[in-house]
Design a protein around this ligand. Structure first.
Ligand SMILES: C[C@@](O)(CCOP(=O)(O)O)CC(=O)O
Ligand code: SF4
Length: 403
């Protein structure tokens, strides 16, 4: 791999051990994937923040990196942590977990990373422009950035995204190269599905689950999805579910996503998959693992937009919930939900607006929750393994029962 003089010096340790370790990681990755060089990035999004997922070994790694007082070179934000950083006691998180989580956050803060723990950084200021190279880790954010925004990133691991943030560069391979951003499968919704479609937000999670399973880590092209008029939140759910059930880091959708509006990305010879009403029905059946009532309802995977929280508040007005409810979002969106009065309505019904964390990376299994209801295809895929939960999957107004 070609390195500039400056990069060679970093690799030789002339600028200290932390920078040497970081560039070494990037060069090793580049060598494995055949990158010709490193390229500058404009932002980073770093995963591996929750103490639940990174444990003591991750905490020690981060504190070690933070020791030398090295700062990130580009705007960098964090993925959700294992708890609400302020209201962890109210959620029932134990003191030892909280202490270690706060040490992790401190280490990131020392490196100059923004401590707004969210998987929807594009809603809170980390918004890459079309064509920009970035190094992002969280798979749903990667999908949104690559697809809806037309930025360019691989699906990075947490340590690689952090190393890129510190060096300000990433190896030039994979989705940074246009030739790897072309379509591998064409997805077409059948006539019957389109003409009988009644809006359900969970539809996009179900569709994403189904397509991810088929295309694995391919690049699907949705031919006529625009006829259903999906909103940004719907595309966010679709991408998240495809990244969870498969490994989709980039998709195109006619009339909807950035790149296919300005470039030819489709090869007519690729496999075509027709999706019908029965396929979607089957996806719902697969995602539901129990008929029992939920003890926790979780909305916000990926983290909610303000519009989604508004909808929940409207559903819950003057109602009392039968189960606990977490509406997960960023600190920024929570502040707006507070100001708009949505948080109050949700709390009055017995729910919570939970920031900085989510149902997957917080230790909900230790809090005693077993049956979790969600409107997210991604959460439905991850909850059984990450949290040992049974899943009830459906639309918000179906899963929030209440009196
Ligand atoms: C499940 C996920 O959304 C969150 C957990 O990841 P991490 O602990 O932040 O690395 C990660 C992903 O899908 O990229
Ligand atoms: S809410 Fe979903 S998308 Fe966001 S970090 Fe948690 S699992 Fe990932």
């Amino acid at each position: 791999m070609y390195l500039t003089n400056e990069e060679e010096k970093i690799l030789d340790g002339e600028y200290g051990e932390v920078l040497r370790r970081c560039i070494n990681l990037l060069v090793s990755l580049g060598d494995i994937y055949g990158a010709e060089k490193l390229i500058p990035i404009s932002s980073a999004q770093i995963s591996g923040v929750s103490y639940k997922t990174i444990k003591d070994i991750g905490l020690e790694f981060l504190e070690d990196l933070a020791k030398e007082d090295v700062k990130v070179k580009v705007y960098s934000t964090l993925n959700p942590a294992g708890m609400d950083l302020d209201l962890w006691k109210e959620l029932g998180i134990n003191e030892e977990f909280a202490k270690k989580q706060l040490r992790i956050i401190d280490a990131f803060k020392k490196m100059g990373i923004e401590i707004g723990c969210t998987c929807t950084p594009y809603l809170t200021g980390n918004l890459p422009k079309f064509g920009e190279h970035i190094s992002w880790a969280e798979s749903s954010a990667v999908s949104f950035a690559n697809s809806v925004l037309g930025a360019k990133t691989n699906r990075e691991g947490g340590p690689a995204a952090l190393a890129s943030a510190i060096i300000g560069k990433t190896p030039y391979y994979g989705y940074h190269l246009d030739e790897n951003r072309r379509t591998t499968h064409i997805i077409e919704l059948d006539e019957n599905l389109i003409s009988n479609f009644k809006y359900k937000e969970s539809f996009y999670g179900a569709l994403g689950y189904l397509v991810g399973k088929i295309v694995k880590n391919g690049v699907p092209y949705f031919k006529n999805l625009y006829q259903l008029n999906p909103k940004n939140d719907d595309l966010k759910s679709l991408g998240a579910a495809m990244a969870a059930s498969g490994g989709v880091a980039l998709y195109h959708a006619e009339e909807l996503t950035a790149e296919c509006k300005v470039k030819d990305v489709v090869d007519d010879k690729v496999e075509k998959i027709i999706v019908g009403v029965e396929d979607i029905k089957e996806a719902y059946e697969n995602l539901n693992t129990t008929n029992d009532e939920p003890d926790l309802i979780c909305i916000g995977c990926p983290h909610c937009s303000l519009i989604e929280i508004k909808k929940i508040a409207e559903i819950l007005k003057d109602k009392k919930l039968d189960a606990d409810l977490w509406v997960c979002c960023s600190l920024h969106i929570k502040a707006m939900a507070d100001r708009m009065g949505y948080t109050k309505i949700i709390e009055k019904a017995g729910g919570r607006v939970v920031k900085d964390t989510c149902m997957v990376v917080s230790p909900i299994e230790d809090l005693g929750y077993k049956n979790v209801a969600t409107n997210s295809g991604k959460a439905a895929v991850y909850l059984p393994s990450f949290c040992k939960s049974e899943v009830i999957f459906g639309d918000v107004d179906e899963i929030i029962k209440g009196r």
